[in-house]
Ligand binder design. Structure first.
Ligand SMILES: *[C@@H]1O[C@H](CO)[C@@H](O)[C@H](O)[C@H]1NC(C)=O
Ligand SMILES: *[C@@H]1O[C@H](CO)[C@@H](O)[C@H](O)[C@H]1NC(C)=O
Ligand SMILES: *[C@@H]1O[C@H](CO)[C@@H](O)[C@H](O)[C@H]1NC(C)=O
Length: 829
């Protein structure tokens, strides 16, 4: 076919003839790796990038008859589309489609009647070439190989490494993601993800015009420690803030070993994915929004959101210097009024200063000013001079220099992160009278209500034994009085908690002899012991690495000792000597639940009725921890081996409060603590270190499925499938074969209505999004109720071998290793 022939046939009138000829002389554009001149691409043809990663062609979304021009991964099934050209102009029917480079230098898609889509570019000389690059960018080049058009400038719902968000002021191009209408319809849907580039930029998730989530001000960052199998990957963010361009993009160093993409789906979830070659699956790395605190502006001005406070998500930024605008509303969890400074600002020169708050998600930048070449000191001075300036911060976290960012109105949408997980420092303007006050704990401390009440000093010869007891009603007094304790009250209180002498315990456990060792957990070894009077005890010898102070330890022990419920193991007392910190529990003659359900012979002892009782008992124990106790404990390590059975096989949760009390710094580098267990950790906890009552609910869900099936979630093997137990349960459930999950040992004793209910409940509890999971009080209602349960969503956190493991730093976690993907953060907040 001669090029000249094609040229003649550009007009719609000639199109029919064109196709007749083309069908006779079909040229496979793919063979050329690019399209130019007389070449074209029609249905069934594809253009493949150089190393064969991406492919361009005509596709139909699953479940739709419409055809689109798009780009997808060549080697990945099912087809994963990353870009769509004619998303606004679907093409139903079967009329042939042709893509070609036409004069004057534009890339055009036609059908037999008309032009469907065009790059709308013009070029003085002819001879443009379209190429698909290996990063997924479809470009149109002029004869000098200069890019005249590129698909990376017209984002759809997918952000690939190297694609930009933001704005090119010179060309007037704005880059943002917009969701598909639905899985079948690539037309722009309700959600967008992009930045306001007129102020200091940050990505915002919007539903229509309404902001629903905010990513946090942009900063150049680098996240290492991301490994897939044995490969360590590094994610980097590139931020450009200049007069010509404001942009944000992410990249993977050594990206050849990993395919990564970020999508905004039609329900408004912003999800980061990694392709795991071994299992041939896309694995979710991070999904936003994660939890209630990601709800935009939930706590209003100067409120801060914290997922660790299980009841009240919002508190004032600092409880000494700020007060709720309306105490009454605030108490009723209506946070719309926000907080105000206790002492208002008067803006007298020299009379004001700043208080630094760490580990926060910086407030909304909607009303800000910035300068990329000021020192922090200059930034402070600048802020002080301006009476509307409420705070300043440095957003540059890497490399040279400072980016001075100044807030010119009240600070909104602040949340607190655990230390080391991406929070920043902000300096908030305060009246001088507020500056002297001791700040009420760093944010990480505020997470664990810092209250402590009394201490008791017992001198036994050279050794000191400490223990104390506290009461919440004194908390407020304490806050006012600082650290001056009312010792006499404290002493009275303290007497209620038995204190064991170290020698007593040494004797009871035959000097911690190995024969008496009955278990080992994340926080230490457990020994069986027998007191002189014959009473049996279990002694937990806490590992010595805990750098928690003696006072803090005592306070926590007192907290735990107050928790009394028949489904919790009872704490009898404590003992402290030097480095040694011991907890003394009641002894449970029967072993832990895992010794029963996962053991072929032992599992016969637990018939269905007993198992159902155990499920209900665990739920009640958890309810007590989450809601009824005064402390609102999140267990964080609920698993079969932490559920002990008493002589009547009633379940008792153990190790509660331990994680809260002794695992506090798990996000810090160099920690050796194992907090949470492979197979039981919820995605948000495993990935972001974010825990809430809903992460316990997740673990509970796993436990329920394990109790029903008699199989471990971790290490679950199903011939011909790499599902873990959750995935397997889901498959059975979705095929209406849930009853096949049941442990064969108890198949006869079971009541199918209860079994099915438990399975469905288990699936509800392990849903990916914490907000979808029921609260434990709902779990209890569902367990005892009769009515139908809500439909669980498909769990995403499927794989076992490829389980994503949070490596908050290093060594936190021993389970992941070679077969685990270890991921820190991928998306800035
Ligand atoms: C090209 O121009 C048409 C008509 O102005 C417009 O509808 C279409 O969206 C443009 N295409 C691109 C890729 O900008
Ligand atoms: C990937 O990059 C990291 C950090 O630069 C490096 O340590 C690692 O060896 C690289 N891996 C491969 C497979 O190139
Ligand atoms: C930013 O600060 C630097 C140093 O103080 C100053 O020279 C520069 O003019 C400032 N830029 C703007 C836009 O204010």
């Amino acid at each position: 076919m001669k090029p000249s022939m094609i040229l003649i046939m550009e007009r719609a009138a000639s199109m029919f003839l064109l196709f007749t000829i083309l069908n006779f002389h079909k040229i496979y554009a793919a063979e050329f790796g690019s399209i130019s001149g007389s070449m074209f691409l029609t249905e069934g043809d594809t253009l493949v990038s150089m190393t064969g990663v991406f492919e361009l062609g005509i596709f139909k979304p699953e479940g739709s008859e419409n055809r689109y021009l798009g780009i997808w991964y060549k080697k990945i099934a099912p087809q994963t589309v990353v870009w769509v050209a004619n998303r606004n102009r679907p093409l139903p029917g079967a009329s042939p489609l042709v893509l070609r480079v036409s004069d004057p230098g534009s890339l055009v898609l036609f059908n037999s009647q008309s032009m469907i889509w065009s790059s709308n570019t013009t070029l003085t000389s002819s001879n443009a070439t379209a190429k698909l690059y290996d990063n997924g960018n479809l470009v149109l080049l002029d004869q000098q190989e200069k890019v005249i058009w590129q698909s990376f400038d017209y984002l759809t719902d997918t952000l690939l490494p190297g694609m930009k968000l933001g704005k090119d002021f010179v060309r007037g191009i704005e880059w943002h993601l917009s969701s598909w209408k639905s899985n079948q319809d690539p037309a722009p849907g309700a959600f967008t993800w992009g930045a306001n580039t007129s102020v200091y930029p940050e990505n915002k998730l919007r539903q229509g015009a309404m902001v629903t989530f905010r990513g946090g001000p942009w900063s150049n960052e680098r996240f290492t420690g991301v490994s897939v199998f044995s490969t360590v990957l590094t994610f980097t963010y590139d931020v450009v803030v200049t007069e010509r361009e404001v942009s944000f993009s992410y990249n993977l160093e050594n990206r050849s070993s990993l395919l990564s993409r970020v999508t905004l789906n039609s329900s408004g979830d912003f999800i980061s994915w990694a392709w795991v070659e071994e299992s041939k699956k896309w694995q979710t790395v991070l999904s936003l929004p994660r939890d209630i605190c990601d709800t935009y502006n939930i706590c209003s001005a100067y409120g801060k959101c914290n997922v660790d406070l299980t009841q009240q998500s919002c508190t004032c930024l600092d409880e000494k210097r700020f007060v709720p605008r309306s105490k009454r509303d605030w108490g009723m969890a209506n946070w719309s009024g926000g907080c105000v400074r206790r002492t208002p600002l008067d803006c007298k020169i020299g009379s004001e200063g700043f208080i630094k708050y760490s580990n926060v998600k910086l407030p909304d930048t909607q009303n800000t000013w910035y300068n990329t070449s000021m020192t922090l000191k200059e930034c402070e001075t600048k802020c002080l001079k301006d009476c509307t300036c409420m705070a300043y911060a440095n957003t540059n976290v890497r490399g040279e220099g400072t980016v001075c960012l100044i807030w010119l109105s009240d600070l909104i949408d602040i949340r607190v992160f655990p230390e080391g997980s991406g929070g920043r420092d902000i300096y908030v303007r305060m009246a001088s009278s507020e500056l002297g006050k001791e700040k009420k704990g760093a944010p990480i401390k505020i997470i664990l209500p810092l209250i402590f009440l009394g201490l008791l000093l017992l001198g036994v010869s050279i050794t000191w034994f400490w223990c104390a007891r506290r009461k919440r009603k004194y908390a407020d007094d304490m806050a006012e009085e600082g650290k001056s304790l009312n010792v006499s009250k404290g002493q009275e209180e303290a007497m209620e908690l038995p204190i064991f002498s170290f020698s007593t315990i040494e004797e009871a456990t035959s000097n911690f002899s190995p024969e008496n060792k009955i278990g080992e957990g994340g926080f230490g070894v457990v020994y069986k012991g027998r007191l002189e009077e014959g009473k049996e005890i279990a002694v937990k010898r806490l590992s010595r690495y805990s750098n928690q102070g003696v006072d803090e330890f005592k306070n926590e022990v007192i907290c735990i000792s107050k928790l009394q419920h028949r489904n919790l193991v009872k704490l009898l007392g404590c003992c402290i000597q030097g480095d040694e910190k011991l907890l003394i529990y009641e002894y449970m003659p029967n072993k832990s639940l895992d010794a029963f359900i996962f053991d072929k012979t032992q599992s016969m002892i637990l018939d269905w009725t007993k198992r159902f009782n155990i499920i209900k008992g665990i739920a009640r124990g958890l309810l007590y921890l989450h809601q009824d106790s005064r402390l609102r404990i999140i267990h964080r390590d609920l698993k079969a081996s932490n559920v002990l059975l008493d002589e009547d096989l009633n379940p008792k949760i153990s190790d509660f409060g331990i994680a809260r009390s002794f695992g506090g710094n798990e996000t810090q580098a160099n920690t050796e603590r194992v907090v949470g267990t492979y197979g039981y950790m919820s995605p948000e906890y495993a990935l972001d270190g974010i825990f809430s009552t809903k992460s316990d609910v997740f673990s509970f869900g796993v436990l329920v499925l394990e109790i029903v099936s008699g199989k471990r979630n971790r290490g679950f093997v199903q011939p011909g499938s790499d599902n873990n137990l959750i995935g397997h349960t889901w498959s059975l459930y979705s095929e209406g074969r849930s009853m096949e999950l049941i442990d064969s040992n108890i198949a006869e004793s079971c009541r199918s209505s209860e079994v099915l209910r438990s399975i469905e409940l288990g699936l509800l509890c392990v849903q990916q999004n914490a907000v979808d999971r029921p609260s434990i009080s709902n779990v209890i209602l569902m367990l005892s109720g009769e009515g139908p349960l809500p439909q669980p969503k498909q769990p995403v956190f499927f794989m076992d071998k490829e389980f994503l493991v949070a490596d908050f730093s290093s060594g936190t976690y021993t389970g992941g290793s070679v077969n685990g993907i270890t991921i820190t953060e991928v998306v800035a907040r």
